[in-house]
Ligand binder design. Structure first.
Ligand code: SF4
Length: 484
């Protein structure tokens, strides 16, 4: 992921990539404008493409483009999207290539009428369903897993929109928070495990569903509750109806939403991300204390945990690394001979804070370790006498199949190296992670309601064993790992 720093994708350093953000609104004359703002607040969840579909009771219109929300839409584009109902999507591709055809929402016209869908998550049986549908004559427009839902829906013999949707959604397994739009309805659905978040809010008479509550805050809406795992919400002229058509399943909320993905000002799974993330730092300090002069977060991802760590350890927190917020998506490296150039573009050490100090560097995760190594060296070069790395989650040892883009298992540093080897590679004086028990304690989960597969390798939903039949599996797992 280091290579990204010099070219595209410099938004994140060595991190799991984000997933997708979804937004839906029913009952507002400015539905497209509010969806634009909602997507703007959810931009951190996906930066590859953005799309909005609106409905006015008679038909659906849609606009999609590659790039950030602010690049994808202008006033004129939003004027072309009239209607009091809208859904929006901001995408990072976890399954399917990055191209406009794969941008969402995806809109079709079928026997049940027009329908558009936006999806956050990943369907683990999409490949098998798609192969079967193709054998039965379906012609796919995209390489995205989400499209299978629309094909299943189009083929359904159920007479009502809701029954056809329930029948099609019942056939998919995996992670999904869907927003769906018909000419006169907004429908939201969340998988029975509740992998991905989905919040329900209110703005006057309008209803809103969105991935994170920060989208509600921006448009001045009030958070009502989460869409429950396994719940299907239908919002129409008749108001809001809640259906529970899918069999219940053990809860498996993605704990990484709290560790890294979600914005700290959001509530996800009913909890403040900021509070949980600060707690992660507190528990980490209790578990992995070390004597030092300053606690320095790796911005922005490590800030909340570093605050908790510093507070608990009673060591001053200092912003010893300054982030340049204006690094664009494309960047031409003018001179490759400058040391740690890629990281320096993004982060710069503050010598007056680091010089002669024993430093605890706090970050939320360590994926490949390549960027962290450069940061450690940069901090040493700025005069630090000791550098101790503290990570506010357990070692990441396994890929994700539920809608988060992760590297291959062989590229995950903690899957292939001992703690001592990691310390040597990072060139730091010590490195330590939060324990799995500590993570669950910090999240406040005593009953196993969270997915932690990327830390344990134990998956709550079985995925197809034939890796060649499953696009993402084939991309992510080594042959060795698949046969195990
Ligand atoms: S495997 Fe990790 S990233 Fe994926 S859903 Fe589970 S906790 Fe989240």
């Amino acid at each position: 992921m280091d290579a990204d720093i010099h070219s595209e994708g410099s938004e994140h350093l060595d991190k799991f990539k984000d997933e997708c953000g979804v937004f839906g609104i029913y009952g507002h004359p400015e539905a497209s404008n509010l969806t634009y703002l909602g997507l703007y607040a959810l931009q951190h969840r996906g930066q590859e493409s953005a799309g909005i579909a609106t409905a006015d009771g008679t038909m659906i219109r849609m606009s999609r483009a590659m790039g950030h929300v602010s690049d994808a839409f202008d006033e004129r584009a939003l004027e072309q999207l009239p209607g009091h109902i809208a859904i929006g999507h901001t995408r990072y591709s976890t399954a399917g290539e990055s191209r406009l055809q794969n941008a969402q929402p995806i809109l079709i016209d079928c026997a049940h009428g027009q329908i558009a869908v936006g999806h956050n998550g990943n369907l683990v049986n999409a490949r098998e369903l798609r192969d079967q549908l193709v054998r039965d004559g379906s012609i796919f427009q995209t390489s995205s897993d989400t499209e299978v839902i629309l094909h299943l829906y189009a083929r359904s013999r159920e007479s009502s929109v809701e029954d056809a949707l329930i029948e099609s959604i019942s056939q998919v397994s995996g992670a999904y928070s869907f927003v769906l739009l018909t000419k006169d309805r907004l429908i939201a659905a969340r998988d029975p495990h509740g992998f991905r978040p989905l919040a329900l809010g209110r703005l006057g008479d309008a209803y809103i569903v969105c991935s994170e509550t920060c989208a509600l805050d921006l448009i001045g809406a009030t958070y009502m509750r989460d869409v429950e795992p396994g719940e299907l919400l239908v919002i129409s002229d008749g108001g809001l109806r809640s259906l529970k058509p899918f069999p219940p399943a053990p809860q498996a909320h993605c704990v990484f939403e709290h560790v890294y993905f979600a914005r700290p000002d959001s509530y996800v799974f009913g909890k403040s991300v900021n509070e949980v993330r600060t707690n992660l730092g507190r528990v980490l300090a209790r578990e992995q204390r070390v004597d030092a002069d300053v606690v320095v977060p790796i911005p922005d991802s490590g800030v909340c945990a570093a605050m908790g760590y510093a507070d608990e350890a009673n060591i001053p927190l200092r912003m010893g690394l300054i982030r340049n917020h204006y690094v664009g998506r494309t960047f031409i490296q003018p001179q490759s001979s400058i040391r740690h150039f890629g990281v320096k573009v993004k982060l710069n050490p503050v010598r007056s804070i680091l010089d002669g100090k024993r430093v605890i560097l706090v970050d939320d995760s360590l994926v490949r370790g390549t960027t962290s190594r450069k940061i450690v060296r940069m901090v040493r070069a700025a005069g630090a006498s000791e550098v101790h790395v503290r990570i506010s989650c357990p070692p990441t040892i396994s890929p994700c199949f539920y809608g988060v883009d992760t590297p291959r298992r062989s590229e995950l540093m903690a899957a292939t190296h001992t703690l001592d080897e990691i310390r040597t590679y990072l060139d730091c004086d010590s490195v330590a992670y939060l324990s799995l028990e500590g993570l669950m304690k910090a999240v406040g989960d005593g009953s196993g309601n969270y997915c932690s597969s990327c830390y344990t390798g134990q998956y709550p939903i079985a995925f197809p064993r034939d890796e060649h039949a499953y696009l993402q599996l084939a991309l992510k797992l080594d042959k060795h790992a698949v046969t195990n």
